[in-house]
Design a protein around this ligand. Structure first.
Ligand code: 28G
Length: 657
């Protein structure tokens, strides 16, 4: 009986590890660079959970020359004694998928949102080796797995120690991942974020790959205040940073049972002189990209406090309307960080990117309302600045609405003329899950694209001239800009906070520009616009850059011609080597290709290459857009000096040979 039992368990383990290896995407999203880094987040999250539980104040990350990586924490150390299933707990944690059940839902905090619990097992399954070291009960314990979780050594005692903690070193399996090179910056940004969110947590990162080892460490005793300082460095700030935190005991109704839980709320914010709001929210140190109840609570509390104060101070007259939330948040940078125990933690939708816990709203709203009321009363000058800015936003909003109403009332123009200028060449069928919109630089390329496209599902919108830089503009100016308002109307899913990606008329929005400086500039301006006003379109993976070829090679084969395209100088050389009879044409712009060529090289889904635009790190993207697109040219110059190297490229002499 016993032997049989054991066999069944071994099979079960293999099944779990095998399941992950067969369909890695299901467990870690993808097997590209994102998936690769996902492994690191899974492991670091376990260390963070120990920190959230109150154990350990330091997490160290080391990247090794062979692209393996090690994470160390100073928590209690992973339990290693026999698990009820008859195997060491370490093996259960590292080889069995325990989504729900197994370890139960405790009242603890969990950075993985208690949603998968596949963490360490998935990492083990996708690694060519994994080495575990545990410091616990004054002893050092050690075990090695390889080839996707196969036990190489049993868990054994290898020494004594006074410290506690866990160390995991692993090397992602190159047979699984298309990308195996860790990005120092990506991991650095993430651990720095943890240090901002968890006041007093020291994180360090060491990269042993370069000639001169890279090393950084982060420790912020001022937590979110430091975070806002970091986010707003280089901006012209209007107010000082204000921060507040408290813990609430809340009652939640769960499956008919009344549960009480402690929710801690931590918020900081600051205003600057710009026109867009930046709210970053987190739950148990994990970013909630789609917001949720805590964000709703913050906005409600802020709006209520500012309006009440503005009325009391007679900045809003009795007969006037209240300021809208969006007016009040016009240039705010805010970080909202909640700790919510697992037993009342709820998310909306499939992903854990939107908080659902109802009492998180009440807690955040009450705390924000009380704090902001006091803050405004005690800081009259700052209060005046905030309210004057909100009033200016309100006036701009109303003026723009009036302008649009007037335009709509002009009887002589048809509705289509006003909203579209008749420029869109639509697709023949309305298919939201398939249709593609090409935003094309210039009317002439627009013409070729219109002729060359697949009429059934591809739509063409030519853009004339330069696109407006949206970075330093109020929303109103964007709505009044013909080019951009046409894009908003054509996509049909709204803009800003009301943008609903599900309503998008297009599965793919493709920016198609010339392969020259102007073209890159238009790409950047459009990406900036989508980043500010349609971010979910990017996050949903719907924004793309077309990649037209640089060269066309015509080879003569007797009386016939054979045409090949090249996207780089290397490709070009490959094509022309061992050949005498050819001519090269360098495409300077899309307009030099005829309709067929444009279809063949750039638009035909079976042959083209599209580059998907994605945001890896919202905070970094925000800072970069601000720096490169904003109006502080001194900072921009500094950044370019430090980060861009200019090299002289020999002029390539091209012509018939
Ligand atoms: C270094 C890389 C990643 C970890 C711990 C500590 C405990 C633990 C880990 O327990 C099973 C499930 C919930 C209790 C917990 C130690 C309680 C008491 C732990 C890590 C049992 C897992 N003593 N540190 N797991 N829990 N660090 N770092 O993986 O109920 S994993």
């Amino acid at each position: 009986m016993k032997i049989n039992n054991y066999d069944e368990k071994s099979i079960h383990i293999l099944k779990d590890l095998e399941a992950v290896r067969t369909r890695p995407g299901m467990y870690i999203g993808s097997t590209d660079s994102r998936g690769l880094h996902h492994l690191v987040w899974e492991i670091i999250n376990n260390s963070i959970d120990e920190t959230l539980a109150g154990f350990g104040y330091q997490i160290d990350v080391t990247i090794f020359k062979d692209n393996s990586i090690e994470v160390s924490d100073e928590g209690r150390g992973m339990p290693y004694k026999m698990h009820e299933s008859g195997r060491p707990t370490t093996e259960v944690i590292l080889t069995v998928l325990h989504a729900g059940g197994k370890f139960g839902k405790g009242g603890g905090y969990n950075s993985s949102g208690g949603l998968h619990g596949v963490g360490s097992t998935a990492v083990n399954a996708l690694s060519s080796y994994l080495e575990l070291t545990i410091y616990r009960d004054n002893k050092i314990w050690h075990q090695i797995f390889s080839n996707g979780g196969t036990k190489v050594t049993p868990l054994e005692e290898i020494g004594t120690t006074k410290k506690t903690g866990t160390t995991i070193k692993f090397k992602p399996d190159p047979n699984v991942f298309s990308q195996t090179v860790f990005s120092y910056e990506t991991i650095r940004d993430r651990i720095r974020e943890f240090s901002f969110l968890l006041k007093g947590l020291k994180t360090t990162i060491k990269d042993l790959r370069p000639k001169n080892t890279l090393y950084e460490e982060f420790l912020y005793d001022d937590g979110l205040i430091s975070y806002i300082g970091f986010l707003n460095s280089g901006r012209n700030t209007l107010t000082s940073i204000t921060s507040y935190s408290d813990t609430y005991t809340v009652q939640e109704d769960k499956n008919g049972k009344n549960i009480s839980a402690d929710i801690s709320v931590d918020v900081a914010f600051q205003y600057d002189d710009n026109y867009n709001e930046r709210i970053y929210s987190f739950v148990n140190s994990v970013k909630t990209t789609d917001g949720g109840t805590h964000e709703v609570g913050f906005k409600a509390g802020l709006t209520r406090a500012v309006n009440e104060y503005a009325r009391k101070a007679s900045l809003i007259k009795e007969k006037d309307t209240n300021l809208e939330g969006s007016d009040i948040r016009e240039s705010v940078t805010a970080v909202i960080s909640l700790k919510i125990p697992e037993n009342v933690l709820e998310f909306e939708g499939q992903t854990k990117s939107k908080l659902g816990t109802p009492s998180a709203k009440t807690a955040t709203e009450n705390l924000t309302y009380n704090h902001v009321t006091t803050y405004l009363t005690e800081n009259k000058e700052e209060a005046l600045k905030i309210i004057n800015k909100a009033l200016a936003s309100q006036r701009a909003r109303e003026a723009a609405r009036k302008a649009r109403d007037d335009a709509r009332n002009i009887k002589t123009k048809s509705k289509q003329e006003i909203s579209l200028s008749g420029k869109l060449t639509p697709a023949q069928k309305l298919d939201r899950d398939k249709n593609e919109l090409f935003l094309v630089e210039g009317d002439s390329a627009g013409g070729s694209a219109k002729q060359g496209r697949n009429r059934v599902f591809q739509a063409i919108l030519p853009l004339r001239g330069k696109v407006l830089n949206t970075e330093n503009q109020r929303l109103e100016n964007i709505l009044n800009n013909e080019e951009l308002s046409t894009i908003i109307y054509t996509i049909g899913a709204g803009y800003g906070a009301n943008f609903d990606v599900k309503k998008s008329n297009y599965k793919k929005v493709v920016i198609m520009t010339d392969a020259d400086q102007d073209g890159s500039h238009i790409q950047i301006l459009l990406i900036t616009f989508f980043f500010r006003y349609m971010k979910p379109l990017i996050n949903d993976g719907r924004l793309y850059l077309a990649s037209p070829p640089f060269y066309k090679v015509t080879k003569r084969r007797g009386s016939k011609e054979e045409i090949t395209y090249a996207w780089s100088d290397e490709e070009l050389e490959e094509i022309i080597k061992d050949d005498k009879n050819y001519s090269i044409q360098r495409f300077k712009g899309l307009g030099e290709m005829n309709a067929d060529q444009l279809w063949d090289t750039t638009m035909n889904p079976e042959k083209r290459t599209l580059i998907r635009v994605l945001i890896d790190d919202d905070v970094e993207a925000e800072k970069r857009v601000r720096l490169l697109m904003g109006d502080d040219s001194t900072q921009r110059k500094e950044w370019i000096d430090q980060n861009v190297s200019f090299e002289v490229i020999d002029n390539y002499d091209i012509g018939d040979k």
